[in-house]
Design a protein around this ligand. Structure first.
Ligand code: HOC
Length: 385
């Protein structure tokens, strides 16, 4: 029952039991051995707090702004494809919950609902961002972008970590056949390798830095590059004049052994601070965020906000909108308590001295024993242990 979900992981456990096997395989799969997918979460466990004491924390305010929009808590619902696999109403369920909690939703290019259905479900001044997969046909891309701007989207998040689809073997094995209404039309007919393959054939692997000025010429929306994974590319993004980057590895679904976003953040911020560039761009992080402590750690290190994807899909799949509501409320409750316990009454007070990141250099990944494949040294033998 819903009231017995006490944290975001609980929704995942319920969703796994109630979802169709193919849908579960699509949402939950990561690339190759899923090392990055697991590391995304466990990297947060390598960061410890250095709380302050004897500060007045009677009132806690964790509102903040992201790309100029005031939000109630520093996370957004990041784009995830095929919402109708989890709930017959699809992404609009997330839209309504986002409205209730005053958080931003990033609308996926590969949503099951149409873009307009989602925008129509957004009420009043609810802010939405648009996630973009760039089509080989740039006229189509231009139309999508300009339509999003016309409908008042407040940010264009161009996905840059997916020139080719990662191998999600769990998804491939499930022989997926039903991609949902919105994305069927332009999709490949090859469904034999899972949902992801079936919906992604239009994406342009030729996308490059040279295209950034073109995007800047077709829209006035802030442009954010989603999927940046090293400091050199953050610097290039700043030099290209974009407004933000998301340090992300696509939820561990693309390149296995890509580092976690939080690890990359720890690499990026000192370099930006050294150059005095930390305010020239907004940095977001996604991947593995399950607790308010994860959000706080990212903000202490310099992120403006974090994206959360799968947990809301699981909450939606298990319980519909009440599930997503509860997941968001749990994060708000955790946020209030943990801000108080580290001795900070507002987001402005979060800073790098509040975290100990020395553990981040110890690259250990916790792998569930039932899936660990161990290759013995000097032997071609692989054991499933
Ligand atoms: C190269 C195309 O984001 C997912 C979605 C769709 C991926 C398309 C990648 O499944 O991660």
């Amino acid at each position: 029952i819903l009231e017995q979900c006490y944290n975001l992981m609980d929704f995942e456990a319920v969703a796994r039991n109630v979802m169709k096997k193919t849908a579960w395989a699509y949402y939950s799969s990561g690339a190759d051995d899923e090392i990055t997918m697991r590391e995304n979460h466990s990297a947060f466990h390598k960061i410890w707090f250095r709380p302050r004491v004897l500060v007045d924390v009677e009132k806690i305010d964790f509102t903040t702004t992201m790309l100029g929009t005031k939000v109630d808590i520093p996370f957004y619902v990041t784009a995830t494809a095929l919402g109708k696999l989890g709930n017959p109403e699809g992404e609009v369920v997330l839209t309504r919950a986002a409205k209730k909690h005053n958080v931003i939703q990033m609308i996926p290019t590969l949503a099951s609902c149409s873009f307009d259905e989602i925008m129509d479900a957004a009420e009043g001044d609810q802010v939405q961002w648009m996630q973009l997969y760039v089509n080989k046909d740039r006229e189509i891309t231009k139309k999508i972008v300009q339509h999003a701007e016309k409908r008042c989207c407040k940010g264009l998040f161009i996905t840059v970590d997916a020139p080719q689809l990662g191998r999600r073997e769990k998804d491939m094995r499930s022989k997926f056949t039903d991609t949902g209404s919105n994305v069927q039309a332009g999709s490949s007919t090859d469904n034999s390798q899972g949902a992801a393959r079936a919906i992604s054939s239009f994406i342009d692997p030729g996308l490059s830095w040279k295209d950034i000025p073109w995007f800047q010429s077709i829209t006035k929306m802030p442009i954010i590059l989603k999927g940046v994974q090293r400091v050199e590319d953050v610097i290039r993004a700043i030099e290209s004049g974009v407004q933000g980057v998301v340090l992300s590895n696509h939820g561990g679904r693309q390149l296995d052994f890509a580092r976690s976003g939080i690890e990359v953040l720890a690499e990026v911020m000192p370099v930006l601070r050294e150059r005095g560039w930390e305010n020239r761009i907004e940095i977001f992080v996604d991947g593995g965020v399950r607790r308010a402590t994860d959000i706080i750690k990212a903000l202490c290190l310099g992120a403006k906000g974090v994206g959360i994807g799968r947990p809301f899909l699981y909450a939606m799949s298990a319980y519909g909108q009440p599930g997503v509501d509860r997941a968001m409320q749990l994060l708000k409750d955790e946020m209030e308590m943990n801000m108080r316990l580290i001795g900070c009454s507002s987001v402005e007070q979060l800073n790098p001295t509040l975290v100990d990141t020395r553990g981040l250099s110890m690259h250990t990944t916790s792998v569930p024993s039932d899936t660990l494949v161990c290759t013995l040294p000097n032997s071609r033998l692989s054991l499933l242990i």
